[in-house]
Design a binder for this molecule. Structure first.
Ligand code: IPE
Ligand code: IPE
Ligand code: MG
Length: 252
């Protein structure tokens, strides 16, 4: 059996017609996982990165079109410098190490967030990975780095205001779609499913606009313990949800 068939068969009891198009993940709990193991926090991040690779591959194999992963928030700069530096170095190292394989697997990688304050060498890897994979047709992989939803909305407002003041955009044509088009996520539909690991019941400044009608799945599992079988459970829960979008069903 080919690797592709093997993975698809691992959909097991899931309905392949009812998979979410776009899954977003708040990969939380790396530090707590490391503490449980008696390891430094950075080991949790290292292990977390390999889990992300597994979940990305599952999305690609199962036909989930877009995966958006929260890797570093605008608030995460407030962590100890050693942890921040480790994370920046890890992102860069992973891009170098994994780009070729991701490209061969058809992954299209994009970064969302304010990339300007990132280290130059990381910015170069980011630009290189985006141009290398831009014509790929497999899973769209959005990585949120120095991402904060409020900052994203502020920047969208500034850009829209600029267009209005230069006369390129008229005030009365601004609608919800205009706002969506000025966000970092303009190229993707809104997420259908948000997964947050490690049990926290909050959004932590992630995709506040885009998650308006997203189904939310929170698991106590720490991100480094998350795996394809847990992912399948999240998808199974999603498939049981009744997405009403504020409407009522006239007939059951
Ligand atoms: C998530 O894990 C990874 C990042 C925020 C970069 P944490 O590092 O937040 O782990 P906990 O929440 O402290 O366990
Ligand atoms: C959210 O996790 C950010 C990422 C997963 C990158 P945090 O650990 O930073 O969020 P809080 O502090 O629990 O809200
Ligand atoms: Mg955390």
């Amino acid at each position: 059996m080919t690797a592709q068939l093997l993975s698809t068969s691992k959909l097991l009891n899931l309905d392949s017609q009812k998979l979410p198009q776009h899954v977003a993940v708040i990969m939380d709990g790396n530090g707590r996982w490391a503490k449980q193991q008696g390891l430094p926090r950075i080991e949790g991040h290292r292990r977390g990165a390999s889990i992300l690779k597994e979940i990305l591959r599952a999305c690609n194999d199962w036909g989930i079109k877009t995966l958006t992963a929260y890797a570093f928030s605008t608030e995460n700069w407030g962590r100890p410098l050693t942890e921040v530096n480790f994370l920046m170095a890890l992102f860069e190292k992973l891009l170098r190490k994994e780009l070729q394989e991701m490209n061969e697997e058809g992954v299209r990688i994009r970064f969302i967030g304010d990339l300007s304050p990132l280290p130059e060498s990381l910015k170069q890897e980011i630009a290189h990975s985006m141009t290398t994979t831009q014509n790929n047709t497999g899973v769209n992989f959005n990585v949120a780095i120095n991402y904060g939803s409020r900052l994203e909305i502020v920047k969208a407002c500034q850009a829209i205001a600029q267009k209005v003041s230069s006369g390129e955009l008229s005030l009365d044509t601004i609608d919800e779609n205009t706002i969506s088009q000025y966000l970092y996520t303009a190229a993707s539909p809104d997420p259908d499913l948000l997964i947050r690991t490690s049990g926290e019941m909050r959004l932590s400044n992630f995709l506040l606009w885009q998650l308006a009608y997203t189904e939310i799945y929170i698991t106590d599992t720490l991100w480094p313990d998350f795996n394809c079988s847990e992912f399948r459970s999240a998808l199974a829960h999603y498939q049981k949800r009744d997405r009403r979008f504020g409407k009522v069903k006239l007939k059951e």
